[in-house]
Design a protein around this ligand. Structure first.
Ligand code: ZN
Length: 131
C-alpha cells in the first residue's frame, strides 16, 4: 500500500489526485490489474468525475451543499455532521482498472479527493493489485 499526503486549504475542496495515483501505479510496476483508492477519514471522500472543466467540481460541491444543509437537527457534539453526511454520500473508496500500466479512466474523468471539513492534512491509501 502507498499513502499519499493531501493538504486541503478550504472547508470544501475537490483535489485532483489522478497524477499522484498514477505515480503510485508506475512505482508498483503492475501493468494490468486494479487500483484501489481509499480515504481513511469520516469527513472526506473520493470520487471520479469530470476533470476537463473545473466548474464541474465547484458545481458538485454546490450540489452537495444544497443536499446537506449546514444547519439542521444534528446531534453530533463535534458540530460537523454536514461534513460526515457529505462524506457518506460521496463514499470512501473507488476502484479503477489498470490497463497497460495506466489508470483506465475515461477521456473526461479525473480522480478527486473530496474535503468536507477542511482545511486539514489528509491521507489517501492506494493499493495496486495485479491481475
Ligand atoms: Zn465529527
Amino acid at each position: 500500500m502507498n499513502t499519499l499526503d493531501v493538504r486541503t486549504r478550504s472547508r470544501i475542496e475537490f483535489v485532483d489526485v489522478s497524477a499522484a495515483v498514477k505515480t503510485a501505479i508506475e512505482r508498483s510496476g503492475i501493468r494490468e490489474g486494479l487500483c484501489h483508492v481509499f480515504v481513511p477519514h469520516t469527513t472526506a471522500g473520493v470520487t471520479i468525475n469530470e476533470a476537463a472543466d473545473s466548474d464541474v467540481q465547484r458545481d458538485l460541491a454546490a450540489a452537495l451543499e444544497a443536499l446537506v444543509p449546514d444547519h439542521g437537527q444534528y446531534q453530533h457534539a463535534e458540530g460537523n455532521s454536514p461534513a460526515h453526511a457529505k462524506a457518506t454520500l460521496v463514499g470512501s473508496s473507488v476502484t479503477v482498472p489498470i490497463s497497460n500500466g495506466q489508470l483506465a479512466l475515461g477521456t473526461w474523468q479525473g480522480l478527486y479527493f473530496c474535503e468536507f471539513d477542511g482545511p486539514r492534512s489528509r491521507k489517501v491509501h492506494v493499493t495496486v493489485v495485479g491481475a
